[in-house]
Design a protein around this ligand. Structure first.
Ligand code: ATP
Ligand code: MG
Length: 230
């Protein structure tokens, strides 16, 4: 029933605690509009990942409601959420298998051509083609034959293939060279197009370009607006 998800997210007086003695989010009200890029900023422990966790419905609010397109998340089917929301974490999840299989994880039924197309769009295809076996190269879960930047591009290809309406992205903090940084910026532009993107932002460039910047402090909303307004 939610194939036509638009990706409007509303937090209405949301409070959340992981445990009894501490409140992680205090009555937060937020509006993330479809297609917007929203940057979540704040010090460590301010509640950024908690907001991401609530949108993905890893947890339910202690008080208040999280809604997508006007529907309380608690009334939505989990499988519909899982197909419409993708999460790209700092530490990209790579499993033992080929590069092809790792990208296809975003959409199991995708053809080889579709996988390669997604890799091309985000600019991952250059480094993949340079690998000994290209897309058939076997990677190990922990064996780091890929650099941090390459893993990031791979995760972008995977997310693009999944084509979610809502993308949650925890930006990597690992230092990457300038050339890769430029590639990642370009890839991000393509990846964010046409979806609501919630970026746990570490790069100044991401924050500058966001439609909406949400500043958190100790689980409270400190301010909200775009770069010119704040
Ligand atoms: P960081 O920048 O370090 O990732 P963050 O802004 O993402 O920080 P959160 O992870 O949302 O912060 O944490 C908000 C609060 O909730 C913190 O006080 C943290 O200690 C607490 N917290 C986070 N995860 C858990 C958990 N699984 N169990 C208990 N408390 C948690
Ligand atoms: Mg976090």
């Amino acid at each position: 029933a939610f194939h036509d998800m638009k990706g409007n997210i509303v937090f209405d007086q949301v409070q959340f605690s992981y445990d009894e003695d501490r409140v992680a989010l205090h009555e937060i009200s937020l509006n993330m509009k479809q297609g917007q890029t929203v940057a979540l900023v704040g010090h460590t422990g301010s509640g950024k990942s908690t907001i991401a966790n609530l949108i993905s419905r890893f947890y339910d609010p202690t008080k208040g409601t999280v809604k997508i397109d006007g529907h309380d998340l608690r009334d939505m089917r989990l499988d519909s959420l899982r197909t419409n929301i993708s999460v790209v974490l700092q530490d990209t999840f790579i499993f033992s298998g080929t590069i092809m299989e790792n990208i296809r994880f975003g959409r199991p039924e995708a053809t080889d051509e579709e996988v390669k197309e997604a890799a091309k769009v985000v600019g991952a295809d250059d480094f993949i083609k340079r690998l000994a076996n290209g897309y058939q190269m076997e990677v190990e879960e922990r064996g780091n034959i890929l650099s941090a930047g390459e893993r990031q591009l791979l995760s972008f290809a995977r997310a693009l293939l999944a084509d979610p309406k809502i993308l949650i992205l925890d930006e990597a903090t690992a230092s990457i060279d300038t050339e890769t940084e430029v590639k990642i910026q370009k890839a991000l532009k393509r990846l964010l197009e046409g979806r609501t993107a919630i970026m746990i932002a570490h790069r100044l460039s991401t924050i500058r370009e966001a439609d909406n910047i949400i500043v958190l402090e100790h689980g409270r909303l400190l301010e909200q607006g775009n770069h010119d307004e704040l």
